[in-house]
Structures are given as C-alpha cells and as structure tokens.
Design a protein. Structure first.
Length: 139
C-alpha cells in the first residue's frame, strides 16, 4: 500500500518505514466505516419520514427504514467496542510528557530553544498547551 509507507529523509532516499501497524490501520478504518454507516442510517431514520417518504412512497420507504433500523442497531455496539479499541491503541502515545507543562510557557517566550519531542502524535502537546493557555487566561 503506497499510503502506508512514508519516505524517510528529504534527501530523496528510497528507504521506507511503516508509519502505522496493520492493527492501527484496522482500528482506524473500522471506526471510519462504522461511523459513516451510523451517520447515513441515522439520517434516514431521523429525517426519512419528512424527506424520503414523499419521494419514494410508503412501500419503498418502509423497506429502507426497516433495513436502516436493523443496520443501525447492529452496527451501534460495534462503535462502542471500536471507541474502546481506539482509546486503548492510541492513548499510550498521547500522554503528557514530564516537563511539558512547565516548558510550554518557556517555548512561547523563547521560540529558538530546543523543544521536547511531541512523540508519535501531537495530542498530549495540544492538550497541555491548551490547558496552560486556559489557566493563564483565567488567573
């Protein structure tokens, strides 16, 4: 898969590294497909009677609504399991590093300083920076 591997370095090196493991990609795509399925079936169930019923008629709409309800009820629990799965997979990469809260303020005052790496994802950096910003505005 060409999108699964990223080139290393800016020198034009042909060496490739795997950015995410297959289990990470499975977790991501499972959640994406489940979320889109729930969104479509939820819209059919919510707005179908007012939008689709006049266009399709009672017979076709009833078939589509029953199918959407069954798919929605089947896929909904998969979303709950998928959310727990994603949290378990990605939470370990998003912890706030020791010293990050103290250094965020220093990073703003001295942008040329060496910074602590944000790791694989920027989640912890964004949360800690946002928390520092929010606390500084409230005090």
């Amino acid at each position: 898969m060409p999108f699964a591997l990223d080139p290393v370095g800016e020198s034009g090196s042909k060496m490739m590294i795997q950015r995410f493991r297959p289990s990470d990609r499975h977790a991501h795509w499972t959640m994406a497909i489940v979320w889109v399925t729930l969104a479509i079936t939820g819209l059919i169930l919510t707005f179908g009677k007012t939008l689709l019923l006049p266009i399709m008629g009672h017979t076709l709409y009833s078939w589509i609504a029953v199918a959407a309800k069954n798919v929605h009820n089947f896929v909904g629990p998969i979303l709950i399991v998928g959310v727990v799965w994603m949290i378990a997979r990605y939470l370990r990469h998003n912890w706030v590093q020791q010293g990050r809260l103290r250094l965020d303020d220093e990073d703003r005052r001295q942008p040329d300083r060496a910074r602590i790496s944000s790791g694989k994802f920027n989640g912890a950096r964004r949360w800690s920076s946002g928390g520092c910003w929010l606390c500084s505005r409230r005090c």
